[in-house]
Design a protein around this ligand. Structure first.
Ligand code: ACO
Length: 325
């Protein structure tokens, strides 16, 4: 019998500090940085984002999301035999955020590791978990996207600091006789490292370089729309499906204009797109599982429906997962 993997529970968590565009305008003005709600909402669709308190780490946000996903799946931490955390804002240089989260969760003993593919991280992590379940290496995985991107923001750079937020989302992925995940498609092109990066590292007890998010927004925009269409078509072809089969498109939530562009190219109605970027900003690897959990808990996504998850981010990385929920 073919072994598949299936999402059996979702969860998410947002830190309580809700920062509206108006709040951000006020905070930035104190530093002499000028922006406006009209510019932010008009160019990106973002209206509010959440920022974590200084002592809160990705593992803390991820833990809450994981506990909610476990509850939704009717499982306890001891039932889990694999933990993968997608993050670009780890608690420490090492050990992995997955190990730290595992200990907080009380699921000690199972394999736990991080995946670093920036905003495509959750798509990468879900694909790895699916592959491990299909080979029998795992049966019940927690796949988590957790970020505190606010830590990487240069609040003097208005072209980036208005775009991002903090949060976490998680799914429980279990072995199943029926699919489940139908197909995945992953890509990276390292020649574009420089258009979206945090060019700093730890050396000799110091942080060297520039440990702040730097982005060529227009280059990212141009690349993102093209690769999101390509990966969507590729994953549909692998699964023998067409865009008409998709009930819900759940893309990385970076910018409403990129999302509109993707929907238009794929000829998918915006009615079938899950949009949370207005409420969360860009939470990088957390954005897709956050949007998925919101769609599930709001009753939009129903059992048996076909979902396409799509990510794109620094690296440059991109990919998609097509699944029956
Ligand atoms: N408030 C007010 N004005 C601003 C702001 C701001 N926050 N930021 C930039 N501007 C100004 C610029 O200074 C410029 O002014 P000028 O014309 O006087 O020089 C003007 O707005 C236009 O700037 P552009 O950079 O050309 O604006 P653009 O239309 O390209 O929009 C944006 C910028 C929103 C960043 C866009 O390029 C974009 O969405 N890119 C994709 C970014 C993205 O999605 N990144 C994440 C994806 S991958 C990942 O998630 C990690």
């Amino acid at each position: 019998m073919t072994r598949y993997s299936r999402i059996t529970g979702t969860g998410s968590f947002l830190p309580p500090d809700l920062v509206s565009n108006a709040d951000l305008v006020e905070r930035l003005a104190k530093q002499g940085v000028e922006t406006s709600d009209e510019w932010i909402a008009g160019r990106t669709g973002i209206r509010v984002r959440h920022f974590a308190e200084p002592d809160v780490c990705s593992s803390d946000l991820g833990l809450q999301a994981a506990q909610r996903a476990l509850q939704a799946a009717g499982l306890s931490p001891q039932d889990i035999d694999l933990i993968i955390v997608a993050t670009s804002t780890p608690d420490m240089v090492f050990p992995s955020t997955a190990c730290i989260l595992q200990n907080k969760l009380g699921a000690n003993g199972c394999p736990a590791f991080d995946v670093q593919a920036v905003c495509s991280g959750f798509i990468y992590a879900l694909t790895v978990a699916d592959a491990m379940i299909k080979t029998g290496a795992a049966s019940r995985a927690l796949v988590i996207g957790a970020e505190v991107f606010s830590r990487l923001l240069d609040f003097k750079d208005r072209t980036t600091c208005v775009l991002f937020g903090d949060g976490a989302g998680a799914v429980v992925l279990e072995a199943s006789d029926t699919p489940g995940i139908l197909a995945s498609d992953l890509h990276a092109d390292g020649q574009h490292v420089g258009i979206l990066c945090v060019p700093g590292h730890v050396s000799g007890g110091l942080v060297t370089g520039e440990p702040m998010l730097r982005m060529d927004g227009q280059a990212v925009f141009r690349l993102a729309v093209g690769v999101l269409e390509e990966t969507a078509r590729a994953v549909l072809a692998k699964a023998g499906k067409t865009a008409a089969d998709i009930d819900w498109l759940i893309p990385h939530q970076a910018n409403l204009r990129i999302m509109h562009g993707t929907a238009k190219r794929l000829k998918i109605s915006m009615e079938k797109m899950i949009v949370t970027v207005d409420q969360h900003g860009n939470t990088s690897a957390a954005s897709i599982p956050l949007a998925l959990d919101f769609a599930v808990r709001s009753g939009k996504v129903q059992k048996g429906q076909t979902l396409m998850l799509e990510g794109v981010g620094g690296g440059f990385t991109w990919g998609s997962v097509l699944l029956t929920y």
